[in-house]
Design a binder for this molecule. Structure first.
Ligand code: PGA
Length: 260
């Protein structure tokens, strides 16, 4: 059965206490979630290890919001793949648009990060997406193509199946964002799949999950999930609150049960 990847990035939100309360709820709620759902939570660094403990033996993965490509070195403020694997996690988000926008994250550095993640058996969740001006000038497809080509340039075909992609149009993210239409999302996911096929061949490209994010909420989550080529959802604000995340997870579980 093909997995559906549903996860949340907390960005710079939630203290350790708040994160623990959330994950205690998630640990108790996990048994009600459909087994096809691969659930993940990406908290701030300081919460990674304690929350991994809170979710011990539960089907919820914990990830990191970023990572340097070196194992160690004079890089103040950075965190290495070794440190993340030692904390017991196997997922790392790379290239979120806020990191690209505020911290000069670029595709060349991302190519080193993706490779380092794979070499350390961490699943890279590579975020891509066009800006508003790129969309207005009809350059969205070229932007995601460039981002994919560069960030995946060091990935060998044999490793490519371990990569995961989050397509998040920058103009759809956050409080100022406008939700994307399902038609647009489907079209972009089709294009992303074609680029992956060109890079790695059909068989490998087809096992790479491509999930969607950007203003996913309780009103629109199913409209995206039902689209061909959307393998899951990456949710910010609507998943930070236990009530709304429960509503989304319960709705997806119900939808999956009906489909069977
Ligand atoms: P949002 O965030 O759901 O709050 O728009 C999405 C993201 O940044 O991944």
């Amino acid at each position: 059965m093909k997995k559906l990847y549903i996860g949340t990035n907390w960005k710079m939100h939630k203290t350790l206490g708040e994160g623990k309360r959330y994950c205690e709820w998630l640990a108790a709620y996990a048994k009600e979630i459909h087994s096809q759902i691969d659930l993940f939570v990406i908290p701030p660094y300081t919460a990674i290890y304690p929350l991994k403990e809170t979710l011990k033996d539960k089907p919820v993965r914990i990830g990191s919001q970023n990572m340097h490509w070196m194992d160690e070195g004079p890089y103040t403020g950075e965190i290495s793949p070794l440190m993340l694997t030692e904390a017991g996690i196997d997922l790392v988000e790379l290239g979120h648009s806020e990191r690209r926008q505020y911290y000069n994250e670029n595709d060349a550095d991302l190519s080193k990060k993706v490779k380092a993640a794979l070499d350390h058996h961490l699943t890279p969740l590579l975020c891509i997406g066009e800006s508003l001006i790129e969309k207005q000038l009809s350059a969205g497809p070229e932007t995601v193509e460039r981002q994919l080509k560069m960030a995946l340039a060091k990935v060998e075909k044999a490793q490519a199946g371990e990569v995961q992609i989050a397509y998040e149009p920058v103009w759809a993210i956050g409080n100022e964002g406008t939700p994307a239409s399902p038609e647009y999302v489907e079209q972009m996911h089709r294009h992303i799949r074609q680029v992956l096929i060109r890079l790695f061949g059909k068989d490998t490209a087809n096992i790479i999950p491509v999930i969607f994010g950007g203003s996913v909420n309780t009103e629109n989550y199913l409209s995206y999930l039902k689209l061909k080529g959307v393998d899951g959802l990456f949710i910010g604000r609507a998943a930070w609150d236990i009530e709304t995340f429960r509503e989304i997870l319960a709705g997806i579980t119900c939808w999956l049960n009906k489909k069977q």
